[in-house]
Ligand binder design. Structure first.
Ligand SMILES: Cc1cc2nc3c(=O)[nH]c(=O)nc-3n(C[C@H](O)[C@H](O)[C@H](O)COP(=O)(O)O)c2cc1C
Ligand code: SF4
Ligand code: SF4
Length: 318
């Protein structure tokens, strides 16, 4: 957590940059540092971080599309996969939700722990809940991490979904961002995901390398302000309601910061990164949270209350 001093410094820098710079300035160029390892893809790893399944479903569709063209695929959530053994892998794709206009730290940390990718083609995708969510830069951040490990960027894409940012349901049940996207991801989304898989495959077969630019947008500037810290100031009573909790372990499994202690039914709100994974996934209304004085309705509860169900794409129905 930032000290007040370092926070103010960051804030001043961001404000100054917004004031003196035109709206769209290139802040980094993501390009290969090593030659691409030429290959016909035989084995791919499609990994994601997902708290409410949007990113997971897109990853599963990507995996199925690659499998359909004869490629062997390792796929799963980075928390389940753990250390990736890259021997024999010809392609690595990493997916993540956009949280607070950025790639979550848990994903950045996972990328930092990857071994040398030695010219392996790499691609990223993000899912996001609303327009202007800084999704391009968030997907660039994933590629940046992969390039640091000598991956060679071949693709980047973003898929709009229903927002899982449950704090918005609790302040305004008619939140337009959620209403507009309440049926997403749908068949059009999944078609874009399949197209993306084919694009990646064709790009690698031609040994094409891509260059991506991260721009200084207004939303990118906001990432300097430690948004979680400020949102947390409006969050209260983040705790476990003991009599509702069945100790199913869902929240502890999903929590990226190990902030939940089921023995004492407590949440360490200083280490919590406010990803909302616990409140969004507890099926027993045992995870309590208030935002601006109102009870937070988790994502699953929101779907149930509004009778929202998602059609799975055909390849995920079996
Ligand atoms: C804590 C949190 C922060 C979010 N921040 C953003 C954001 O900055 N921009 C955006 O477009 N969507 C945002 N969203 C919406 C998610 O990116 C979107 O719903 C995503 O598909 C969730 O992925 P998942 O279901 O795989 O967890 C946020 C959601 C959460 C829970
Ligand atoms: S998800 Fe809910 S019911 Fe399950 S352990 Fe956590 S708080 Fe308890
Ligand atoms: S305790 Fe905080 S970091 Fe952990 S799952 Fe809940 S909101 Fe996310």
């Amino acid at each position: 957590m930032d000290t007040r001093r370092s926070f103010l410094k960051k804030g001043t820098l961001a404000a100054a940059s917004m004031a003196i710079l035109p709206s769209c300035i290139n802040i980094s160029t993501i390009k290969a540092r090593v030659p691409i390892r030429p290959a016909k893809i035989q084995k791919a790893a499609i990994l994601w971080y997902s708290q409410t399944e949007n990113t997971a479903k897109c990853g599963q569709v990507l995996a199925k599309t690659f499998e359909k063209s004869g490629i062997t695929v390792i796929s799963g959530d980075i928390r389940d996969i753990g250390n990736l053994k890259t021997d024999g892998i010809d392609l690595l794709v990493i997916g993540s939700p956009v949280f607070y206009y950025d790639t979550p730290d848990v994903v950045k940390d996972y990328l930092a722990g990857l071994p040398d990718l030695k010219g392996m083609p790499v691609a990223s995708y993000v899912t996001f809940g609303g327009p202007e969510g800084n999704q391009h830069n968030a997907a660039c951040s994933i590629l940046e991490g992969l390039v640091q490990k000598n991956g060679v960027p071949v693709g980047l894409d973003a898929f709009v979904t229903i927002s899982s940012y449950s704090l918005t349901y609790s302040t305004d049940d008619k939140n337009p961002m959620v209403e507009d996207h309440s049926i997403l991801p749908d068949s059009t989304t999944y078609q874009s995901v399949r197209d993306y898989a084919r694009f990646i495959q064709a790009t690698i077969e031609k040994s094409q390398v891509s260059v991506f630019n991260k721009s200084l947008t207004f939303r990118e500037s906001l990432t300097f302000f430690d948004l979680e810290y400020w949102v947390k100031r409006s969050v209260d009573n983040h705790s476990i309601i003991e009599e509702n909790c069945v100790k199913c372990g869902t929240c502890t499994k999903l929590c990226p910061s190990g902030s939940i202690d089921l023995d004492t039914f407590s949440v360490d709100t200083t280490t919590c990164v406010l990803c909302l994974g616990c409140v969004n996934n507890c099926e027993y209304q045992a995870m309590s949270m208030e935002y601006s004085g109102k009870r937070v309705t988790g994502f699953k509860e929101y779907l149930e209350n509004n009778n929202l169900q998602f059609d799975l794409p055909p390849e995920l129905k079996t």
